[in-house]
Design a protein around this ligand. Sequence first.
Ligand SMILES: [Zn+2]
Length: 158
Amino acid sequence: MPKELPIVLNPHPILRKKSQEISEEIFVQAEFRQLLLDMAETMIKKDGAGLAAPQVGQNIRAIVVQKGNKTLFMINPRLTKKSWAREIEDEGCLSVLNDKGEIIYGPVARHKKISCAYLDEKGKVKKISAEKILARVIQHEIDHLDGILFIDKLVEKK
Ligand SMILES: [Zn+2]
């Protein structure tokens, strides 16, 4: 059974570490498959649009993203295309709370359209093109894998 995991909160140092690439042999490990399912469960329970492994205490390059009512498991995700055009929208993060324990929001500029190469939960090579909110979530989650939080990127709202 998938279970909800505790979320690592800013300013925990795990959130600032660069996460490691996941190697092929890890895909067959029951522990890794369980982690992915638990991450999806945690994202859904917390009503998040995405979740990165460092947010549950694992510095490995795995993210889960909500696409409509489907959950995408993205391992070793890498942006292969980024539009010049950027868009500024408010973002929040399950790991960034105010002192009352509430999620805070702030404007971040992201590429409007992206393409992303990744491995799915079975280790199959995949590619996705995304725009708008999905593109934003993928960029936000990949930043987590590089130790970057959205509060590092706040811009003036136009
Ligand atoms: Zn986040």
